[in-house]
Design a protein around this ligand. Structure first.
Ligand code: VAH
Length: 324
């Protein structure tokens, strides 16, 4: 990758991806785009352009004008929001991806399109969910991710488009708040641990989900996009994960630094039902074998970095807890 068009640059992944890509490839090499603009480093730290990814002509023009040789397409609705607005989710998630694929086909550039563990359904093996297994998702978000994987494979086979993807687990981060996901509880727990020393989880105890710290997620995108194409045996999306945790496991890790942290539960039936339809722990061996995927952050290292960073970033007026 030399010149990158990034969509969804102000989202949970995009806001950290934009900064990291500029560090790696140079400020001017990365054109950050989103449907809105704000005062964040992602929007202000280098070239930025407003872009509605459902506008195919605008998508093509943004990539052409930037002389992009790679598109990292992150703009999409996440699971809980998509379940509340299924038609809009289909139009944005699928319409945006189709425009990304058409643009890469016309300009001959690479494409990264994220999938998710949401592409699996309730009948997929819950433990050690294989890279290659049936995808029968039960949510509109999962359906758009599973369909998106097939679309990427189709464009690879029919048009030789260099499409690559990852099935992301829940992602833990501290830069931009997640919006409308089911795994957002994990991010909120760390923030409330610093703010008040207690958190009420909308996902129940014993609900295990795959998770990964954002630095590992971003490093895995770069590793996959820079990998030797001849090593890649699949163009839909690779399983990646760093840990399988439930709310109580995260709380126990937090208590290593905040011994009095309290976890309570008030289940959100919609998001609990979504989480119950996803695997407990997926198998990422294909990613390890084919492009050397190796996460650097386990649960405790994630916790230590999240708590230290949030404690540093949050104003004293918002801090209710003292870290050990
Ligand atoms: C969501 N964070 O909760 C996203 C992700 C696996 C979960 O796809 O919708």
């Amino acid at each position: 990758m030399k010149r990158i068009l990034l969509t969804g640059a102000l989202g949970q992944i995009g806001s950290e991806m934009a900064v990291k890509l500029r560090e790696l490839y140079g400020d001017d090499a990365v054109l950050a785009t989103d449907i809105r603009k704000d005062h964040s480093e992602a929007a202000q730290g280098g070239p930025f352009r407003l872009l509605d990814v459902t506008d195919g002509r605008a998508f093509h023009e943004a990539a052409r004008a930037h002389r992009a040789d790679a598109i990292i397409h992150l703009a999409a609705l996440l699971s809980a929001t998509a379940e509340a607005k299924p038609m809009f989710a289909w139009q944005l998630n699928m319409g945006g991806l189709l425009n990304a694929l058409e643009t890469t086909r016309e300009l001959g550039c690479q494409l990264f399109a994220p999938s998710s563990i949401a592409a699996f359904g309730p009948d997929a093996p819950r433990q050690g969910t294989p890279q290659d297994t049936w995808l029968r998702p039960a949510t509109m978000y999962g359906i758009s991710k599973a369909a998106g994987e097939q679309l990427c494979e189709y464009y690879y086979r029919k048009y030789d488009v260099d499409a690559r993807g990852l099935r992301f687990p829940g992602l833990v981060s501290h830069t931009a708040p997640p919006g409308g996901g089911t795994t957002d509880y994990a991010v909120e727990m760390y923030v409330y641990a610093i703010k008040s020393g207690r958190y009420t989880s909308y996902i129940g105890k014993g609900t295990y989900l795959d998770m990964m710290y954002m630095p590992d997620a971003i490093a895995s995108v770069v590793s996959l996009m820079e990998a030797d194409a001849s090593r890649l045996k699949r163009r839909n999306a690779y399983n990646v994960t760093a840990m399988s945790v439930d709310p109580e496991a995260i709380a126990a890790s937090i208590r290593r630094r905040l011994p009095d942290f309290e976890l309570r539960f008030d289940i959100d039936p919609l998001r609990q039902e979504i989480a119950d339809g996803w695997p407990d722990a997926i198998d990422a061996s294909a990613a390890c074998k084919e492009w050397d995927f190796r996460p650097a952050y386990d649960l405790d290292r994630t916790t230590d970095d999240m708590l230290a960073t949030l404690h540093r970033k949050l104003p004293d007026s918002e801090k209710g807890a003292i870290l050990l």
